[in-house]
Design a protein around this ligand. Structure first.
Ligand SMILES: CC(C)(COP(=O)(O)OP(=O)(O)OC[C@H]1O[C@@H](n2cnc3c(N)ncnc32)[C@H](O)[C@@H]1OP(=O)(O)O)[C@@H](O)C(=O)NCCC(=O)NCCS
Length: 179
């Protein structure tokens, strides 16, 4: 697998981002479709870049193949959105991107002590990426994720702790903590 590069998105690349996001369907994101005008508006509003948000292109062979948006960076538990273009999925790019963002956040932001991500229960690829990258399933939310047709899916939440990332360990969860 070739190594990806992560390049900081700049708001003057709004057209390129609109091309990228509107160019295909994203089955695990809301209705799945992204309108160009919405991307332009969000760029102008700071949705991709502001004091608590940073966005990066995932670049392979000088081509954009994905997007990583890191947000809630003022919090001690940031979140992220990850999208890899359909033609490039299943080749290890998502795994590399999450490994990169975990290292980036724990290195750049000393106050961050955990990183969280939530996905739809049937997003098998994303769940596999979480596990491969050391995230642990912490939550399961029944019928919490409506799709574009109004069908309710379960949602699953994963997180990685700084201490586990540092030491290569997995801190156990006390799920059965009631008498
Ligand atoms: C989820 C996503 C980011 C994963 O990125 P990716 O580059 O496809 O992931 P990888 O190639 O690193 O694959 C990771 C694992 O998932 C498995 N996988 C990939 N696609 C799969 C699929 N459709 N079904 C089942 N397993 C799949 C891979 O085989 C791999 O497993 P392995 O480690 O056992 O070999 C990407 O598929 C994507 O952008 N999907 C649409 C957007 C999305 O759902 N984003 C997440 C929103 S929360």
């Amino acid at each position: 697998m070739k190594k990806i590069e992560l390049r900081r998105f700049s708001p003057d690349e709004a057209d390129a981002l609109a091309d990228f996001l509107s160019g295909e369907v994203w089955p695990f994101h809301g209705s799945g479709r992204v309108e160009r005008a919405d991307v332009a508006r969000r760029v102008a509003e700071g949705y991709y870049e502001d004091e608590e948000t940073r966005t990066f292109w995932i670049v392979l062979d000088e081509r954009p193949v994905g997007i990583v948006r890191l947000f809630d960076l003022g919090d001690d538990t940031p979140l992220f959105d990850l999208r890899v273009t359909e033609a490039c999925r299943g080749a290890g790019i998502g795994t590399q991107a999450v490994q990169w963002l975990v290292s980036y956040l724990f290195t750049e932001l000393p106050e961050v002590h955990r990183i969280e991500g939530t996905t739809r229960q049937d997003n098998v690829a994303m769940r596999r990426v979480f596990r491969r990258c050391g995230f642990v399933k912490e939550g399961h939310f029944r019928q919490a994720w409506p799709d574009g047709a109004g069908l309710l899916h379960d949602a699953v939440a994963y997180a990685i702790l700084r201490q586990d990332w540092n030491t290569g360990t997995v801190t156990a969860i006390e799920f059965d903590d009631e008498a």
